[in-house]
Design a protein around this ligand. Structure first.
Ligand code: A3P
Length: 309
């Protein structure tokens, strides 16, 4: 289907990337129950695009007043970014718990996340006409996203005593658009036009550019959410970058020992940290697989004004 939901659903019956039927159910419940406020901020990504990083940066930026980034008791020491900014369809509307959370009492700005394609967002998030809420989208080179996903899924499989998926099989599925939460390319192409049409509502970041200049991205993020750094905040953006850096976050107790309940998995927080670099695909993909992914990317992105990833 255009939004990839059918693909993911079909894949449930295959050998599985752990494509999440539960996420689809959660997404439908969220669509029915979640009511966005104009002050809400929604992180939107495909899995393995840098979600954990952007969540950390956003949370640290928004809450820098009450939790200075270099404070010894910063929440990140005990809470992982996925607990600080929960996913609608994987955590808050997790059909496994059977509970619909009361989000009304949460103070503004409320911070949420989602992996669902643009067309599957709750209507109130992107309401037009209507205020909608702010959306922060992050995309990543599809080859690195794929390699990261392949590793992540094999870690989940290993925990369940399942055989690892071969990179060839996984790449075949990925290129056919069969991935958890739908095809990579359609996901990006859902959020990109929304960003072009309403840049003040939908921010579009790339993982590779964030790596090149993280402090500039923190400043853009702070302006986008209406909390620009003021006089007396010299160095705060850099402190946030340091707090959220891969090397720092992966050493925290919340990462090493913590778990996050997502659907029917208690996922080790450490699974969200692997290498955290650009171009690791070179260490895992044959030239044929890399060229195949590049060919799909060229054909899908042609004409959309998305520079080559
Ligand atoms: P790799 O597997 O390539 O290392 P997500 O958070 O969307 O699940 O994405 C996980 C990917 O982001 C992993 O990529 C992980 O290592 C990387 N990552 C996690 N935290 C990061 C951080 N603070 N800075 C940069 N990359 C990070």
């Amino acid at each position: 289907s255009p939004n990839g939901l059918t693909h993911s659903r079909l894949f449930l019956h295959g050998q599985g990337w752990h494509a999440t039927q539960g996420a689809m159910v959660g997404s439908m419940v969220a669509s029915a129950c979640f009511s966005a406020r104009p002050t809400d901020i929604m992180v939107a990504t495909l899995p393995k695009s840098g979600t954990t990083w952007i969540k950390a940066l956003l949370y640290a930026t928004v809450h820098r007043g009450e939790h200075p980034p270099d404070a010894a008791d910063h929440p990140f020491h005990t809470l992982g970014p996925h607990e600080c900014i929960p996913f609608l369809e994987l955590q808050l509307y997790n059909y496994k718990t059977g509970r619909v959370p009361d989000l009304e009492k949460l103070p503004d700005p409320r911070l949420f996340a989602t992996h669902v394609p643009f067309v599957a967002l709750p209507r109130s998030v992107v309401a037009s006409p209507g205020p909608g809420c702010k959306v922060v989208y992050v995309c990543r080179d599809p080859k690195d996203t794929f390699v990261s996903l392949w590793h992540f899924i094999n870690k989940l499989r290993a925990k369940k005593g399942m055989e690892p998926l071969s990179v060839e099989f996984a790449a075949e599925q990925f290129c056919a658009g069969v991935s958890p939460l739908g095809p990579y390319w359609e996901h990006v192409l859902g959020y990109w036009p929304a960003h072009l049409a309403r840049p003040e509502q939908v921010l579009f970041f790339r993982y590779e550019e964030m790596q090149r200049d993280p402090a500039a991205h923190v400043r853009r993020l702070s302006e986008f959410v209406g909390l620009p750094f003021g006089a007396g905040e010299d160095g705060t953006a850099d402190a946030i970058v340091r707090l959220c850096a891969f090397e720092r976050m992966s050493e925290l107790g919340a990462t090493k020992d913590g778990k996050t309940e997502m659907l029917d998995n208690a996922v080790d927080n450490s699974f969200f940290f692997r290498r955290g670099v650009v171009g690791d695909w070179m260490n895992h993909l044959s030239p044929e697989i890399a060229q195949r992914i590049d060919a799909v990317t060229r054909s899908k992105f042609q004409g959309y004004g998305l520079i080559s990833l």
